[in-house]
Design a protein around this ligand. Structure first.
Ligand code: GAP
Length: 462
């Protein structure tokens, strides 16, 4: 059954997040260890990022949640892992060598910057200029005529560095699933309709990366190729369009008004697509693509069948008919989801006269789910508090903190999105009870230690 679509809302459009939110998140991200520029001690490297301990946990939780709902909870989708470097013929057949490019223009004026020709109006508008004004958005200098720039990174395989050894770093994980279609079909007892999913790194030499980890040159994709019989593709397209929208609302807790589905106009469609819809989020810099869902038809399988000479058709065991399956593809970047949930969760408020920053992350993806905080640094409390943290550790992502005042420690946990803090005080030694503080309401509840794990587990979908 297709999932119920909840993409149409009568609610008025929300106020976009403040424009300085991204800057504040970047600073929080660095301070708290979510993400920071790669190779920073050497001055960094443009549009490449590293993920710190909290960012790594958050990404892993997002990835696991995707994998669980796409692969583990379904019996019609299998997961695979294909290599980053593939036979270069793959990228010729897929159309990437000839066409995976963006129009590039150079500024011949003072700033010498490079731009994506199709981004020029937005870049001018972002600098308070007329979108259609001539010249460079930065310095007004003359721009060169657009030329196509292929986004694939190139390298060499083996000891000889000539054109016969040239290979590419994959710009998407999808092609691995198309070229392995027959092997998976023959080895997994799947029948159409069924899907192949994978997640892994992809690389694009983007001309204008930016907005922090929104558009980078190395990023991680999570892609599903769902193979179906031609004629049923419209049905499956609708199914995945609705299902992926639901996933963000229900499984990541993204706020409904900030999310929308936008169907591509015919002249906007990629060369391989019959239909496409973006799940969009209202970022501080405007509505932007979070995930793309495309009906890729049989474009890829037929291209690889033609180029490889291998029959990639599917023989229906029930009807005896043979056909090239159509493919519906939901495709998204882990980094982009991470940025989205951080923006969506970021909040600032005054509680009892005190300002606090709080990340209202969904408890299932929060990098720390339960923090144990002894009220004093005395061994009388720290020893049982550490013992309690070890009891919680197998069930939750935990943290232990005995430094500074309890108020400061609560603030620190709020800032990284920890849904629950458990404090042990001197009374706990008498009555074997602890205080559980809720991140969002800041309400505190006293609970017997014995009840802690089951009570907290009831709030997590682990
Ligand atoms: N196989 C389909 C495909 O590659 P795409 O729209 O180019 O489609 C899909 O990319 C998703 O991958 C995007 O919606 C976005 O979430 C993510 N993505 C693409 N380019 C990215 C980049 N340079 N940095 C971070 N994420 C990116």
């Amino acid at each position: 059954m297709p999932a119920e679509s909840d993409d149409r809302s009568d609610a008025p459009p929300p106020t976009p997040p403040p424009t300085d939110l991204l800057e504040r998140l970047v600073s929080l991200g660095k301070q708290r260890g979510f993400f920071f520029p790669s190779s920073e001690i050497y001055g960094g490297i443009n549009a490449l990022y590293d993920y710190g301990p909290l960012g790594t946990r958050l990404r892993r939780n997002i990835r696991n949640r995707w994998w669980r709902s796409i692969v583990e909870l379904r019996d019609d989708i299998v997961g695979i892992e294909t290599s980053i470097i593939m036979n270069p013929q793959v990228w010729v057949a897929s159309g990437h060598v000839a066409g995976f490019s963006d129009p590039l223009v150079d500024c011949a004026g003072d700033c010498r910057r490079r731009w994506r020709a199709d981004h020029l109006p937005a870049e001018r508008a972002a600098r308070g200029k007329e979108p259609d004004a001539p010249g460079c958005p930065e310095c007004g200098g003359t721009l060169t005529a657009p030329r196509q720039f292929n986004l694939m990174f190139r390298t060499f395989l083996g000891a000889v560095e000539d054109s016969s050894a040239q290979v590419y770093l994959r710009p998407e994980t999808a092609q691995g699933m198309f070229v392995d279609f027959k092997s998976v079909l023959n080895s997994s007892r799947q029948r159409i309709p069924f899907g192949i999913a994978q997640n892994g790194k992809s690389f694009r030499n983007e001309i204008s990366p930016g907005n922090s980890i929104f558009r980078t040159r190395e990023f991680e994709m999570m892609e599903l190729e769902f193979f179906c019989e031609p004629g049923t593709d419209d049905h499956w397209f609708e199914h995945w369009r609705a299902e992926r929208f639901r996933w963000y609302l229900e499984e990541l807790g993204v706020r409904r008004p900030f999310l929308r589905l936008r169907d591509h106009e015919k002249d906007e469609l990629a060369h391989y697509a019959k239909a496409a819809t973006d799940v969009e989020y209202l970022y501080p810099f405007g509505w932007g693509e979070l995930e793309g869902i495309a009906n890729r038809t049989d474009f890829d399988l037929s291209a690889h069948q033609r180029a490889s000479g291998v029959d990639l058709s599917y023989l229906d065991p029930m009807t005896g008919s043979s056909f090239l399956p159509y493919v519906i593809e939901p495709s998204v970047g882990v980094d982009r989801i991470m940025l989205t949930v951080l923006i969506d969760a970021f909040d600032e408020e005054v509680v009892r006269g005190e300002r606090r920053v709080v990340l209202r992350l969904h408890p299932d993806v929060a990098p720390v789910q339960v923090a144990v905080l002894p009220l004093s640094k005395k061994e009388e409390l720290t020893v049982p508090a550490r013992g309690l943290e070890h009891r919680l550790r197998p069930h939750f992502a935990t943290d232990y903190d005995e430094t500074q005042s309890i108020g400061r420690r609560y603030r620190r946990q709020d800032e990284i999105g920890t849904p629950y803090c458990v404090t042990i005080d001197f009374e706990s030694l008498e009555d074997q009870q602890v205080t559980v503080r809720d991140r969002d309401s800041t309400e505190q509840t006293r609970l017997p230690i014995e009840d802690l794990v089951p009570r907290l587990l009831g709030r997590f979908d682990i």
